[in-house]
Design a protein around this ligand. Structure first.
Ligand code: GLN
Length: 484
């Protein structure tokens, strides 16, 4: 049961082979037993999960089931869920029980899915390894000495360790794709504006986007069907006709034009990782695709531009955590100003403080033009590079991450090395494009992820391109050893 696809689980539920309560108990039992080893979940609430499962069983009995009704899912702890502790990986919100549901949660609840628990993450989604979490590092199920990637590392580890059939993540600069790659999962970061950000705790609002993390592209398509859609409560949500993201999955790939940016295939990537990527691309040629070289000349500016824009937005977004209305408050202080500063000094971790300092600096009078405005110009150039590339190809491919999962502690004291984990993913967020990570083999027992990048709103096409590859490969079906 625990290795089945979402559609197979839905069939089992429909055929009464198992009830949602039984399926939920199965996962809760595994979480109780195995989570201490991986630290993938921050909170679990069996009673709440089982109440949802009972309601799902009623829907199933009444013939009102949708494609995901009764399926338990792990939710990243960045999504507010009513009555659930919602920490965003931070001490600042370590006592925050959300009084409302994020739109993503509301949609999953309406679809009859069950929240299995809230997953661990880098504090406020700032990180590439999950080591910045106030709740401790997450361990990669493929090798517990290694990180699972970040910031959606808890979601990735939960699915890889078979502690959830699928999960949600968010991606500001790579946080769905990079942990998916490092844990052997399929992850999709949609076009900016496709999934509502309402109730998704803000990091860098012009870049943040929620999306699915699962074993297969088909599973991702089913999850995206529930997650996507216009929301008037998010001013950047796009009012577009509803799509069925599964509709094109079986389309043949003959004639598909794959663009290979020369900037992705030069220096910077581990040669063994690159071998797996080239093998995957060779597989696509066998499926009838053609490859052409394209160029993203401003690619090298993506990481520097991102580390001006994202901290700038974060410094503004995080100003709301002041100890007054909700969340952590310093226990002792002299006056109001002292309360603010002690609360923020104690409530935020080191990486978050670093970003607030950088962000405040680049937005300050005198530096705004030199840094923030310049970074915004670079952002436009990067987006234009993709516009040019997509005149010549349907999809861009390359690595998701330059390395496989690294060791816990290996990059923790070197922020720049950590930031470079996202060299292949960040430009996609700056341009607002959809991107995917797809399992493409192993190096030294650790998974490698192929990255697919599509034009705006090409999610259905990307899912199709990933699915056809998954029909002829079984990388996405492999599981770490020792999970019984
Ligand atoms: N690793 C990047 C950062 O630290 C991206 C994180 C994300 O996508 N949330 O900002």
């Amino acid at each position: 049961m625990i290795t089945r696809s979402l559609s197979a689980l839905a069939r089992a539920l429909a055929a009464r082979e198992i009830s949602s309560v039984e399926l939920t108990r199965l996962y809760l039992e595994r979480i109780a037993r195995l989570n201490p080893k991986f630290n993938a979940y921050i909170s679990v609430d069996e009673e709440k999960s089982l109440a949802q499962a009972r309601a799902a069983d009623d829907m199933l009995a009444a013939g009102q089931a949708g494609p995901l009704t009764g399926i338990p899912l792990a939710q990243k702890d960045i999504f507010c869920a009513r009555g659930w502790l919602t920490t965003c990986g931070s001490k600042m919100l370590s006592n925050f029980v959300s009084p409302y549901d994020a739109t993503v949660i509301e949609r999953f609840n309406a679809a009859g899915t069950v929240i299995l628990g809230k997953t661990n993450m880098d504090e406020f989604a700032m990180g590439s390894s999950n080591e910045t979490s106030h709740f401790g590092a997450v361990r990669n199920p493929w090798n517990t000495e290694c990180v699972p990637g970040g910031s959606s590392g808890g979601s990735a580890a939960a699915v890889a360790a078979l502690l959830a059939p699928a999960a949600t993540g968010t991606d500001t600069g790579g946080s769905i794709r990079q942990p998916a790659a490092m844990c052997g999962l399929t992850g999709l970061k949609p076009t900016y504006g496709v999934v509502s950000r309402y109730g998704m705790i803000a990091f860098a609002s012009s870049l943040d986007q929620g999306g699915p993390m699962a074993r297969s592209a088909e599973d991702c398509a089913l999850l995206l069907n529930t997650m996507a859609g216009f929301d008037e409560r998010d001013s950047t949500s796009l009012d577009r006709p509803k799509e069925d993201y599964t509709r094109d999955v079986e389309k043949p790939l003959a004639g598909l034009k794959i663009g290979l940016p020369k900037e992705f295939f030069g220096e910077g990537c581990d040669p063994d990782v690159m071998k797996r990527i080239e093998e995957a691309i060779a597989e696509y040629r066998k499926l009838g695709a053609e490859t052409i070289e394209v160029s993203l000349p401003n690619m090298k500016l993506a990481v520097p531009a991102y580390y001006v824009i994202a901290p700038a937005e974060a410094s503004s977004n995080l100003s709301r955590f002041d100890g007054v209305r909700y969340g952590y408050r310093a226990p002792e202080y002299a006056d109001l100003n002292d309360m603010y500063s002690k609360t923020r000094a104690q409530g935020f971790g080191e990486e978050v403080k670093r970003r607030i300092l950088i962000g405040t600096y680049v937005l300050s009078h005198g530096y705004y033009d030199a840094y923030y405005l310049q970074a915004q110009r670079i952002r436009r150039l990067i987006a234009n590079d993709f516009v040019e590339a997509f005149k010549q190809c349907d999809v861009i491919m390359g690595p998701t991450s330059p390395t496989t999962a690294f060791r816990i502690g290996e990059k923790a004291s070197d922020p720049v090395q950590m930031y470079l984990s996202d060299i292949y993913t960040i430009a996609v967020n700056l341009a607002g494009l959809p991107g995917m990570a797809v399992p493409a083999g192993f190096v030294g027992g650790l998974p490698v992820g192929l990255q697919l990048i599509g034009n705006y709103f090409s999610e259905a096409r990307l899912l199709n391109v990933a699915h056809r590859y998954q029909q002829v490969t079984d990388w996405h079906l492999q599981h770490p050893a020792g999970l019984d």
